[in-house]
Design a protein around this ligand. Structure first.
Ligand SMILES: *Cc1c(COP(=O)(O)O)cnc(C)c1O
Length: 419
């Protein structure tokens, strides 16, 4: 594709875009002057679909009408409500229906998965993670290591990019696995690194780890709804994700978990709760825990229905638009963004996101100068600043346009050419 650097060209791309109508399915936040923001923060909090309030109101109304009987009599009965999300989730992460479940929040699920998949022995007790993993993930793995009586300084292996490079190379990850793998119990990576936007090679890493008998889990906070996932096929052991970023389900909304079916009927250790108990006998209130033979067996509590309703609304839109088409548009948007950024004559910004990426582009700002971030914010761009020196820009295919991308470039180009 031959790109052009003018507004008309961006508008022509929007005209040809078959997914352009979906922008109108969302509430786009406005600036004080009434103009819409250029919203590039869907990797942090996705925008609200207009249908979400309808889905929530349905549950509020059924609660008003039925009280406790809503568990069975609501239009969408609450007892099996989480099951209504399984199909949508399975398409998003590439899994069987039995392998996905909506429950808890992301970091909670990460802990629950580590209870099952991080079972250290004196020979094999280490965890491997990327060096610039999201802090919550580092806290979670370190606390698990300590919980089992080991020292994170020794038991946590942090994978660092080569000197002078920003992203990890797959070959380097694999050679670390081959070198140190006999002592490693678990590899836990962000599927898409939150800082650089790098997409990891799930399949190769998982295969190399399994050859060494290491379990592999991915945090899909930045991957779910962003990139093509085939968790079942790739043999990933477990994964967790939140639904408020690319999955547009509202702040703090319920998270998802994937457990590969090969683990469903095994005797992995797990923390149990009544919602994970066999549905046939759950309400006979037996003392002995008998888990559901699917990922649902890892549930603890009856879930917050209002949050699940928001996820249902969002998954309905993903289902209509189609994840493959969304990913194709996402690639066009970021390719266009990268092209435009590369034409800016400046040494104040550097793209640190590698070509293996989803819709996020991370810009390193020379001298950690936050002023530029404040300037683009004042011009109506909503993005975010991540310490120490990165602005993250995420054009999301459901609601961002090629015009958004061009307008952002135009703002940045002007700011960077000022003295
Ligand atoms: C957003 C994000 C989280 C947030 O965790 P919560 O438990 O949902 O608060 C955790 N890990 C990563 C990699 C994230 O991007």
């Amino acid at each position: 594709m031959i790109y052009k650097k003018n507004r008309e060209f961006a508008l022509s791309l929007d005209e040809e875009d078959k997914l352009a109508k979906y922008r109108d399915y969302f509430h786009i936040p406005c600036q004080k002057n009434g103009e819409e923001h250029i919203y590039f923060c869907g990797n942090s909090l996705g925008l609200q679909p207009k249908i979400t309030s309808l889905y929530l109101n349905q549950e509020l109304q059924d609660w008003a009408n039925f009280g406790v009987e809503g568990h069975t009599k609501a239009t969408n009965p609450w007892m099996p409500y989480h099951e209504f999300l399984s199909e949508g989730f399975s398409k998003i992460v590439g899994a069987k229906l039995s392998e996905v479940v909506a429950m808890n929040t992301l970091t909670v699920n990460l802990h629950l998965m580590m209870v099952s998949f991080y079972v250290p022995t004196n020979k094999r007790y280490k965890i491997m993670i990327e060096s610039d993993a999201f802090p919550s993930d580092i806290y979670a793995v370190e606390s698990q290591i300590k919980f089992h009586g080991y020292d994170p300084n020794e038991a946590l292996i942090k994978l660092k990019p080569r000197d002078g490079e920003d992203a990890l190379r797959t070959e380097d990850i694999i050679s670390e696995i081959q070198k140190k793998g006999d002592e490693v119990a678990l590899i836990m990576l962000g599927g898409v690194n939150y800082y650089t936007g790098q997409v990891f090679d799930f399949e190769k890493i998982t295969a190399a780890a399994h050859l060494k008998n290491i379990k592999v889990g991915f945090d899909l906070a930045h991957a779910a709804g962003n990139i093509k996932l085939e968790l079942h096929k790739w043999q990933v052991d477990f994964a967790v994700w939140c639904t408020y970023k690319y999955l547009n389900s509202g702040p703090g909304s319920v998270a998802g978990a994937f457990i590969h079916e090969k683990h469903h009927k095994t005797n992995l250790p797990r923390f149990a709760g009544w919602w994970g108990h066999d549905k046939e006998t759950r309400f006979t209130m037996p003392d002995n825990f008998s888990p559901i033979n699917t990922s649902e067996g890892w549930q603890l509590s009856n879930p917050p229905i209002l949050s699940l309703a928001a996820i249902r609304a969002s998954l309905e839109i993903f289902n209509q638009a189609g994840i493959d088409k969304l990913i194709a548009k996402s690639k066009s948007l970021t390719d266009y963004l990268v092209y435009l950024l590369q034409t800016i004559d400046t040494d104040r910004i550097k793209i640190i996101t590698p070509n293996d990426r989803g819709c996020q582009i991370s810009l390193r700002i020379l001298n950690s100068d936050k002023y530029l971030f404040k300037q683009i914010t004042n011009c109506g761009v909503i993005s975010d600043w991540r310490e120490p020196d990165v602005i993250r820009i995420a054009p999301v295919p459901l609601y961002n346009s090629f015009l958004d991308v061009w307008s952002f470039y135009n703002i940045l180009n002007k700011l960077l050419s000022e003295k």
